[in-house]
Write a protein of this length. Structure first.
Length: 201
């Protein structure tokens, strides 16, 4: 190894060490949150209103992470970042809050999509903090934060109970399963109930 290569290796190790430390610094404002997401998830979240009466994606992820409301309904177009942003919010809740989360996709395809985002972010950004390899049935960090991703069926919605519930594309859900899913939200000593519903109409 040449001296130049050795110096480059040391700089890379130092950069990775600093980034790991910054990864644990919890955002305190919307601006800090969006910068954190850009740095660690590689996504620039739009935060400028085009229509005065519409919220921005940045406002949505901020409301979710800072839990400004216990019940949030997000309505946006197809491919409008909804599932992606909720997945980021889920991973952040697991990482910073040690939260337990249920993410229910109205149909299997939607559940698979939500899980693929969670798995990607957990492995890429927090791989060293996973308690075991990600699974749809349970992905967990060493701090106890965990998530289950499942399709919204009567059977799946009868079992899990967590303080944070995400219901993905509720306009596609079967009415009985959607009603059953309301009972999944359960407060704990360390976490209040937080429900996020997303829809394309």
């Amino acid at each position: 190894m040449t001296e130049a290569t050795s110096q480059q290796t040391k700089r890379l190790q130092l950069f990775r060490s600093i980034k790991r430390k910054l990864r644990s610094v919890r955002p305190q404002t919307t601006d800090e949150l969006l910068k954190y997401i850009k740095a660690f998830f590689g996504l620039r979240v739009p935060n400028k209103r085009v229509c005065p009466e519409h919220s921005t994606p940045g406002e949505f992820i901020s409301d979710l992470f800072f839990e400004k409301e216990s019940l949030i309904l997000a309505i946006a177009n197809r491919s409008g970042y909804k599932t992606l942003l909720v997945a980021i919010g889920n991973v952040l809740d697991m990482w910073f809050k040690g939260a337990g989360i249920i993410h229910a996709g109205a149909i299997q395809v939607q559940a698979n999509k939500g899980y693929s985002y969670v798995k990607q972010f957990c492995e890429k950004t927090f791989g060293d903090e996973l308690a075991f390899p990600p699974m749809m049935s349970r992905t967990q960090f060493k701090n106890g934060g965990h998530i289950e991703v499942a399709p919204m069926t009567m059977h799946q919605m009868a079992g899990p109970h967590e303080p944070k519930v995400r219901r993905d594309e509720i306009d596609l859900a079967k009415p009985d399963a959607l009603e059953q899913s309301i009972g999944m939200a359960s407060e704990t000593e360390t976490a209040a109930i937080s429900i996020v519903d997303i829809s394309s109409r």
